[in-house]
Design a protein around this ligand. Structure first.
Ligand code: ADP
Length: 536
């Protein structure tokens, strides 16, 4: 009997396996990492991304770039996942993580060419990672965060924010100074000391709003919350002190029936009676709110004209159509309970703030809520001339907030500018010799990958990469563990810490972990089976 063909896969499925699949995946991942390389560091270049709707994003933030790029290749998508994991975990170091993952894969490719099995490479990389984490802890400098308001600590924190932000702002500018101070103030307000040292920093208490107009220097930190809304009625007060605030997710409107209903009215009296009934319903709701003591009403839904009129008559300041996310923040900040059914509202549902006031911001009005019951509520109100500037400022604030959170959680820092990477490479090579065998080769490749970081930074500064690495190696061999690439001045510096180029240990450790995780995930794949795309 002739052998019948065995059909395992659907027609049109593409399959590549073994070395081919792996090579193909590595190539895709390395290509993506290559693209990001030129964005690394303070002199990294921006990418301009245009999405399918024609919206433009200009950024050098790794996480944003990979998110917006709509990557297709499955292996490159794994790197995107690494960037997202990095972003979610520590909120910083995304470019570094993707670039390093690509470098690790590129080096792995050399080993594959020497017929070293992927499993050995994975093992070697894992060992190198664990050793690196150990070494980083030894190299790190502890910082004193016992008093967040002491000038010395603030200074130290400023240095940390500086490194994070310098890749996005013109370093040293007034804009940057303004933002740095706001970010440090915001974090000092929300930080909660932990018994075992360090702090918990709930970043969700820090609300960030963007309002077009003015310049970045007009941005402000509000001790409380800001709503991008106006007071709904001209007859209402614009300022309420000792505000007792009802936070509603119910509408102050007469509900329209879901199904269309027909009301037959035969006389003018009936119309009046009908309208009176509606007005009475709204008046009852307003009376109820007034009776529990509310003098400010913040509503997620609409407030009908008639209800506005009654509220104004009671001297209640009201704001409507507030975002759900803001309503939830208000609940926490004001110590309020969201009211869904007005007729069941009680005085205990009300939140409290020292002051609620409508103020002019640029050409618009916004409602400021200050001195909230929860003293930890803060709001950064960003100003800027256009959406792109505002978005980029928001991203760098987020980076800065995260890096402060990282140092406050684990108050240890290492030198940036490729200093740690060079020192790690030096010590890993020594360690590799003690491991021996083929894994030794993998650990050495890991060290080589790390050394590419200072080379890339050197390149962004127009320096000769290989010469820079040679010089750096010589310095580290002499014991200058913090010497790195001073990108801003285009030369090697003996002590990056003295230049304020430093990074939280938590970030650096996570960069290494994310990169190794992504690289090893790709190295484990030896079969690529792709179904034929659906025909549309
Ligand atoms: P990431 O998304 O990984 O945080 P960045 O573009 O912020 O990427 O670049 C981070 C890298 O740039 C780190 O290796 C950091 O040490 C380095 N770096 C930042 N500022 C400087 C500086 N002034 N001089 C040299 N290197 C710097």
């Amino acid at each position: 009997m002739a052998n019948a063909p065995v059909l395992l896969l659907k027609e049109g499925t593409q399959r590549s396996s073994g070395r081919d699949a792996l090579k193909n995946n590595i190539l895709a991942a390395v290509t993506l990492a290559e693209m990001l390389k030129s964005s690394l560091g303070p002199r990294g270049l921006d990418k301009m991304l245009i999405d399918s709707f024609g919206d433009v994003t200009i950024t050098n933030d790794g996480a944003t770039i990979v998110k917006e790029m709509e990557i297709q290749h499955p292996a490159a998508k794994l790197l995107v996942e690494a960037a997202k994991a990095q972003d979610a975990e520590v909120g910083d170091g995304t470019t570094s993580a993707v670039v390093l993952a690509g470098l690790l894969l590129d080096k792995a490719d050399d080993l594959l060419d020497q017929n070293i099995h992927p499993t050995i490479i994975i093992e070697g990389y894992k060992k190198a990672l664990n050793k690196s984490l150990e070494i980083i802890d030894q190299l790190a400098t502890k910082i004193d965060v016992s008093n967040l308001n002491s000038p010395a600590t603030r200074d130290q924190l400023k240095k940390i924010v500086y490194t994070t932000m310098s890749s996005k702002f013109i370093a040293g500018g007034e804009e940057m100074d303004k933002i740095m101070n706001m970010v440090i103030d915001a974090v000092s307000i929300v930080a909660e000391p932990l018994p075992e040292g360090g702090y918990n920093v709930p970043l969700d208490l820090i609300k960030i709003d963007k309002k077009k107009g003015g310049s970045i220097e007009d941005s402000m930190l509000v001790h409380g919350l800001v709503l991008d809304k106006e007071v709904v009625h001209p007859g209402m007060p614009r300022r309420v002190e000792k505000a007792k605030i009802a936070v509603l997710d119910a509408a102050l409107e007469v509900e329209k029936p879901e199904i269309s209903a027909k009301i037959s009215i035969t006389s003018p009296e009936q119309i009046k009676a009908f309208l009176d009934e509606e007005a009475k319903y709204l008046k009852d709701m307003v009376d109820k709110l007034a009776s529990i003591g509310a003098n400010v009403v913040i509503c997620q839904k609409g407030i009908d004209d008639v209800a506005q009129h009654f509220l104004a008559k009671k001297g209640i300041l009201a704001v409507r159509r507030v975002k759900r996310s803001d309503i939830e923040k208000l609940e926490k900040a004001l110590g309020a309970r969201i009211i869904s059914s007005i007729k069941d509202a009680t005085p205990e549902d009300l939140g409290y703030a020292e002051l609620v006031e409508e103020r002019r911001v640029g050409n618009d009005k916004m409602v400021f809520i200050e001195g909230a019951k929860n003293p930890k509520a803060v709001n950064i109100l960003l100003r800027g001339s256009n959406d792109m500037a505002l978005d980029e400022a928001e991203r760098s604030i987020n980076d800065a907030l995260h890096s402060l959170r990282n140092v406050l959680m684990k108050p240890m820092i290492v030198a940036g500018g490729g200093a740690v990477e060079t020192e790690l490479a030096l010590r890993l090579r020594e360690y590799a010799r003690s491991v021996g065998g083929k894994e030794q080769l993998a650990i050495e490749k890991f060290a080589e990958a790390l050394e590419e970081i200072p080379m890339i930074l050197a390149e962004t500064a127009g320096m000769e990469p290989i010469q820079t690495l040679m010089d750096l190696r010589a310095k580290h061999a002499k014991g200058l563990i913090n010497s790195g690439v001073d990108v801003m001045n285009g030369k090697i510096a003996d002590d990056m810490l003295a230049l304020n180029v430093l990074e939280p240990v938590r970030v650096k450790a996570q960069v290494l972990k994310s990169a190794v995780e992504a690289a090893t995930a790709i190295l484990k794949i030896d079969d690529l089976i792709a179904a034929a795309p659906l025909k549309s």
